[in-house]
Design a protein around this ligand. Structure first.
Ligand SMILES: [Zn+2]
Length: 242
């Protein structure tokens, strides 16, 4: 079997037969890949805990017709330990993994930008310098932008008229001017719209100044926008505390 090397984040795992697991990975070069890890559920496994969710690994895979097989795994960053130890980090980072898998729907379709966003997001989550909810919302908005659904928080998403505007409509790409406003729009506070723009741009000094009310409102709008574009709810999202 041909071998392939890649680096990856472990997204999820499920049991296969008695001692094996199927590992779903977001790899740097090959997008989402599913691979079998043989014997990984034995305590004597050579993989140890390296193939648990959130772990950043260097992998060697034996390429199969349907599923690849993991032949080697070396830890780059053990993000799982720091994330699992804290409920807020764990729930927020779980949404990051689930979103990454859904946004890179096509298996083996490279998505380097999404991969780099996920590695950067998990690193920020474990560093603990920022609120888990802020790291998550910034990650979600940037992931949507990478996937081609960049929301507009300033100019009107339909006609391009310079903002600020008052109406937010997830189905129509973000803020809408009075002329383009459609039924079903939300009317967030101006501070919330500023915060959303800062989260998308990664303007952390501005994000840090936001109050609790704006954060909560922004989180609700981000999740509405995400659900609309994924055309589904996320299993992990309801667990995030805001
Ligand atoms: Zn307009």
């Amino acid at each position: 079997m041909p071998l392939s090397s890649d680096e990856a984040i472990v997204l999820r795992t499920r049991k296969l037969a008695e001692a094996d697991r199927i590992i779903t990975l977001l790899t740097r070069q090959h997008g989402v890949v599913r691979a079998v890890a043989r014997g990984v559920r034995r305590t004597s496994s050579k993989f140890g805990s390296r193939l648990e969710p959130f772990t950043h690994v260097d992998l060697q895979l034996a390429v199969g017709r349907n599923l690849d097989t993991v032949t080697q795994a070396v830890t780059r960053d053990p993000f799982g330990a720091a994330i699992s130890a804290d409920y807020d980090r764990y729930t927020a980072a779980s949404v990051m993994l689930e979103t990454s898998e859904h946004l890179v729907a096509e298996e083996r379709e490279p998505s380097v930008q999404q991969y780099l966003l996920l590695v950067g997001g998990l690193r920020a989550m474990t560093a603990g310098e920022r609120r888990p909810g802020d790291v998550l919302d910034s990650f979600l908005l940037r992931s949507l932008a990478v996937a081609g659904y960049a929301p507009s928080f300033d100019a009107c998403a339909r006609c391009g008229l310079e903002g600020p505007h008052r109406a937010f409509n997830p189905a129509h790409g973000g803020m809408l001017c009075p002329g383009c406003r459609l039924p079903g729009s939300a009317h967030p506070a101006p501070e919330t719209v500023t915060l959303l723009g800062a989260l998308l741009a990664g303007d952390w000094p501005l994000v840090e100044t936001a109050d609790v009310r704006s954060r909560k409102e922004a989180a609700g709008l981000v999740s509405a926008y995400l659900s609309w574009h994924l055309e589904r709810g996320l299993r992990s999202l309801p667990y995030v505390t805001r």
